[in-house]
Design a protein around this ligand. Sequence first.
Ligand SMILES: [Zn+2]
Length: 278
Amino acid sequence: MLIILLLLIVLIFVLVRVIGHGGKSSDKDKKSADSAASGENRGIIFIDPGHGGMDSGSDDDNERYEKDDTLKLGLAVRDHLQALGFKVAMSRTEDEMVDRTERGEMANKAGAQFFVSIHRNKADGGGQGVEGFIPKEDDAESRLLGENIMHFLGKAGFEERTIRAGTLVSSAEDYEENAAAEMPSVLIEVGFLSSADDNYLFDNNLDKNAKAIADAINYTFMTLYEPEAAAEYEQMMAQTEAACEQIMKSTNDALSGASAAFDGTEEGTDSGGADPQA
Ligand SMILES: [Zn+2]
């Protein structure tokens, strides 16, 4: 019985790996490799790691600074976007000071389709999760971009808060980056520096979070500019979810069958004097 259970566990691991990685990622990796090889340029995405240089942003009261987290995550997002066939422009790739308005203007000059500014939050009372700020006009494309990024980060483990138009204090004002950028834009706050849980999610899933942001940007790009690819992507996601549900169901059925058989065996050996505790 133990052997059957072990076999089942191994089978589950193999299936989960095939569904989670082999199935879709290898196709995607192949496509990405093809994209890179052919020099395909699906579009230009501007990634802005918030703060930098003398402007260290928020901190966790223990010499952990927002500017370092945003750069780390921003560089990882860039790598994932490039693997998806995008060109990526950045406001900074090292620890330097860049004016906030200039960041939006850099994106205009680069001819970017999207502007994504990466930040981390802080609150006295703790606070937890992802939230974002889009231009005060609350345009549909910026909102879609912001909500997709928040939702994908939610699937990566973060609590989802809200996407707001304007700034934290006023819906009639804009953050400088959003005011300057002429394309759909969002400032995304990837968890709170003041939350140990969020810092854990940030540090331990850095690549997963970067992939979530890149996938959300990719999905938004497909929705707006490549509708056929978006439909295919949605179909693939639905199939993956259905396959996972099927595996869970089969596993549960097999396990309850095995445990019923095990109960049966135990009853049969009752009079044999075997110690069930042994
Ligand atoms: Zn910030």
